[in-house]
Design a protein around this ligand. Structure first.
Ligand code: MAN
Length: 352
């Protein structure tokens, strides 16, 4: 298996202790899955910041938001027979699922692509209303006609769906509510319209027939989405046998739209792969990599909060037209960077 990622020597670029928690009584457990964009001549990330109270012996505690935005802490004894805490990310208590951490989104920027710092006077984005009481996560950012579109996962007991907010200055945001209802996540809007329409990749999950597949949709206005196509399915016996989901906005190349995506197997190992869509009609998939292009192998990708995970929803394409810096979440705990060569990715695409 070929891993063609050139990991930054400075990885991890950001760890939970690098920025302060959002409020007293909470600590940052994970910093992960950054959306990436250019603004005012600099590279910025919008980080997923996952928090919970400092854990005490014998008790699991985690925050949730109320409908009005207040924080409530839930505490459960670890020896409670009604508790299933076998997954670090989710617990089930008395038949109800909760997340072990509450996520919001925070901005950082960089002057060199490696060292990131929080700028002054920019707000955090937090969950609002009854569809985001378990937080907002994994934001993708795209700039279209002067407006930044932020698509992210909105989580609540009602389900997991895709929320949209837009901004032009990163200080004032317009909320458009939930654009794709549960169960859906991993929504990446294309950075250009095609024949006058917005396009996006997304990942509904079907519980009975179907599965966790990548779909394509289009929209006249970026808010109302239709004409859905099922594009990329899981592959039995391969590294992406259980779930697949799009990374950041597909990259426009001469040969087509290139999407870097994540795939997981039944052991919850998350790797990255790529597929190529037709430039004029992205519902046509032209090629896909058979093996992953990146596999969790570094220590920080194997042994964090949820090990054996590399996950991306943000990248920068460099002016040389070949280098792509992929920023990614490692083991659901750290933010890291790796360079890829588009030429090398193309050499691994299978056009059959
Ligand atoms: C999965 C994981 C978690 C995430 C939830 C809700 O369980 O990706 O990290 O919090 O889904 O999106």
């Amino acid at each position: 298996m070929k891993d063609i990622a050139k990991r930054f020597e400075q990885n991890p670029l950001l760890s939970p202790s690098d920025i302060p928690a959002s409020r007293e009584g909470l600590e940052i457990t994970c910093l992960l899955n950054p959306g990436v964009f250019q603004f005012e001549g600099k590279t910025w990330m919008i980080l997923r910041v996952a928090e919970r109270p400092k854990q005490k012996e014998g008790i699991i505690s985690f925050p949730i938001l109320t409908e009005t935005g207040a924080i409530e802490i839930i505490e459960i004894f670890t020896d409670d027979p009604d508790l299933d805490a076998s997954d670090a990310r989710i617990i089930n208590y008395r038949g109800v699922d909760y997340l072990t951490t509450l996520s919001h989104l925070r901005l950082v920027r960089t002057d060199d692509g490696v060292h990131f710092y929080e700028p002054e006077n920019y707000p955090s984005l937090v969950g609002e209303g009854i569809l985001e009481t378990f937080g907002i996560e994994d934001c993708r950012v795209v700039l279209l006609d002067g407006t930044y579109y932020l698509t992210f996962t909105s989580v609540s007991p009602n389900g997991v769906g895709v929320g949209l907010r837009t901004t032009t200055d990163w200080k004032n945001f317009t909320k458009h509510g939930m654009i794709l209802p549960p169960h859906n996540k991993d929504c990446a809007i294309f950075e250009e319209k095609i024949n006058g329409l917005f396009y996006a990749l997304h990942r509904p999950s079907s519980v009975d027939l179907g599965g966790n597949y990548i779909w394509l949709t289009s929209s006249p206005d970026g808010l109302h989405w239709g004409n859905h196509h099922c594009l990329i399915k899981v592959r039995k016996g391969l590294w992406d046998s259980k779930r697949v989901g799009a990374g950041a906005a597909p990259i426009k190349t001469e040969k087509g739209w290139l999407s870097i995506y994540h795939g997981a197997n039944f052991d919850h190992r998350y790797c990255l792969g790529a597929f190529l869509m037709d430039l004029e009609d992205p519902s046509k998939v032209i090629a896909r990599t058979i093996d992953p292009i990146m596999v969790p192998t570094a220590e920080y990708e194997l042994t964090g909060f949820f090990g054996h995970v590399v996950f991306t929803n943000g990248h920068i394409v460099h002016p040389d037209g070949d280098t792509v810096t992929v920023y990614y979440g490692a083991s659901d705990e750290f933010v890291c960077g790796a360079d890829f060569s588009l030429k090398e990715i193309f050499s691994l695409l299978n056009f059959d």
